[in-house]
Design a protein around this ligand. Structure first.
Ligand code: SF4
Length: 64
């Protein structure tokens, strides 16, 4: 299981994470980021790519 935490004070809602891990991150109707706080291990690569690409370094990944 993977825990995902986004610092919403840092997030600028650019949406790069949505392209890397579309099962976890999405922009809602107001273009604000929404995300799943827990994810299956199979998403590890995608979430790590989102962590790496986030321009605000707002995403934290915790492997449990
Ligand atoms: S890539 Fe980072 S700044 Fe952009 S929407 Fe995702 S968490 Fe927010």
């Amino acid at each position: 299981m993977i825990k995902v935490i986004v610092d919403m004070d840092k997030c600028q809602h650019y949406g790069q994470c949505v392209y890397e891990a579309p099962n976890i991150f999405k922009l809602n109707e107001e273009d604000k980021l929404e995300y799943l706080a827990t994810a299956d291990d199979s998403e590890l690569g995608n979430i790590q790519a989102a962590v790496d690409i986030c321009p605000m370094q707002a995403i934290q990944l915790i492997k449990e």
